[in-house]
Structure formats: structure tokens, C-alpha cells
Design a protein around this ligand. Structure first.
Ligand code: PGA
Length: 231
């Protein structure tokens, strides 16, 4: 059985009120681990809000006791200290279990380099945060400590024009051949409730990083239901 990760990347969207509304809609609809038959423990759902919203989201999840992890969309490549504006992994780890690193929007808009992604990955690992490294193709370097990767071709992000499931599978296979079979590969780029099943049926695709379709709670739940029916 493979894990299936369904990860919501809210990007720079949702204030606290909107985030809490989403949690109160999605949280109660998540399949509860204690209700699942033995052997169906592999669904991992994560929400990645903006930094300023993370704490309220975390509290709402705790109050509702929802099976939902919280992640960040970035973290600092530096240790704690004199780095104005940065979110150090050693501080964030009170709040998040995972961090999205090297997203193409960060590489394009903030000059994030492969070297920076490597440093952020090391910071995440040292702070017990799972690094989810985004690669835009099979040739982008993957830090050696990383076990979770999202293949997100730029043409597919936010365009409504996803890659084909077959091509995503072929890229995932090549990444595994290069870095090892134990790495888990997610697909991201215009995933929605209509196209998700075909991707999840691919042998080497272990779930999704979802932008636009994750903002709508009802749509996000449909994708989770699809994943849950397949594991
Ligand atoms: P999208 O974004 O689902 O809106 O295409 C995916 C991502 O950027 O992670």
C-alpha cells in the first residue's frame, strides 16, 4: 500500500476568517483514521496557509480534533538569529509538520536557487519538519535528505492545463530511478476533482500538491474522497 498525500497550497490567499470557515467545512468531512478498516491508514491530508494564519488554523484543527496536518509554504535557509523577516525552522516546528520548498513561484519571483532549496531542506530536517521539495522537471536537483517531492511542470500551474497522467508517471519513474525507489512523488498543476483519479491510478504518483482547487473546501473534499476510495 502506498501513502496518498493530499496537500493544499493556499499560496497568498485566505485571511483568518476565510481560513477558519474552510477548516469548519473540510475538517468534519475528512475520513477519520479510527473509522478506516485496518490497512487503510495511508491518507495524509495537509493544509499550508500563509504564515500569519497558521496558528489559528492549527488551533481550530486541535479543537475539532480533525485528521489534518499543517504545513508552511516556505522557511528560512538560516538558523534563528539576525535575519529580519525570516521564519526559522526551529521556531516554525511548534506549528507545522511539513514545509513546501522550492516552489516554482518562489524560484521565479524570489530568485530561489537550487542551493537555497538545499539549505532550506537541511533546516527543515534539523527541525523535524518534513521537506516537500518542488521540482519542475526530472533534471532539477533533489537534496539527498528529501523523501517527498512534488513534480509541478510550470505550464500546468494555475493554467487549467495539467500534464498528462502518463507523462507525470514517466517523470516520477525517472526521478525514482535517479534518487531511489523509496522517495514519494506527488503531482501538482491544475489538479481538480475531475482529473485526480487518473493521476492517482498511476503506480508512482503518491498524491497531489493542489493550489486553486484547494481554496474551495467542497472541491478539496471531493479530491480527498476520490483518494480515499482508491486506498
Ligand atoms: P494549481 O497550483 O493547482 O493552482 O495549478 C499548484 C501549485 O502551484 O502547487
Amino acid at each position: 500500500m502506498k501513502n496518498i498525500w493530499i496537500i493544499a497550497n493556499w499560496k497568498s490567499n485566505k485571511n483568518i476568517a476565510e481560513a477558519l470557515e474552510w477548516i469548519s467545512l473540510v475538517g468534519p468531512k475528512l475520513p477519520r483514521k479510527d473509522n478506516l478498516p485496518a490497512g487503510r491508514q495511508g491518507l495524509k491530508v495537509v493544509v499550508c496557509p500563509t504564515f500569519s494564519v497558521i496558528e489559528e488554523v492549527k488551533k481550530a484543527i486541535q479543537v475539532g480534533n480533525f485528521p489534518l496536518m499543517v504545513g508552511s509554504q516556505d522557511l528560512s535557509p538560516f538558523d534563528e538569529g539576525a535575519y529580519t523577516g525570516e521564519e526559522a525552522a526551529a521556531i516554525l516546528n511548534d506549528l507545522v509538520e511539513l514545509s513546501i520548498l522550492g516552489h516554482s513561484e518562489r524560484r521565479q519571483n524570489f530568485g530561489e536557487s537550487d542551493e537555497m532549496v538545499e539549505r532550506k531542506t537541511a533546516q527543515a530536517i534539523a527541525a523535524n519538519i518534513i521537506p516537500l521539495v518542488c521540482v519542475q522537471g526530472q533534471d532539477i536537483p533533489i537534496p539527498s535528505e528529501c523523501n517527498l517531492v512534488a513534480y509541478e511542470p510550470i505550464f500546468a500551474i494555475g493554467t487549467g492545463n495539467p500534464d498528462t497522467p502518463e507523462n507525470a508517471e514517466s517523470v516520477a519513474k525517472k526521478i525514482k530511478e535517479k534518487v531511489g525507489q523509496e522517495i514519494e512523488i506527488l503531482y501538482g498543476g491544475s489538479v481538480n476533482s475531475e482529473n485526480c483519479k487518473k493521476f492517482l491510478e498511476q503506480e508512482d504518483i503518491s498524491g497531489f500538491l493542489i493550489g486553486k482547487a484547494s481554496l474551495d473546501g467542497e472541491e478539496f473534499v471531493k479530491i480527498i474522497d476520490c483518494a480515499n476510495s482508491l486506498i
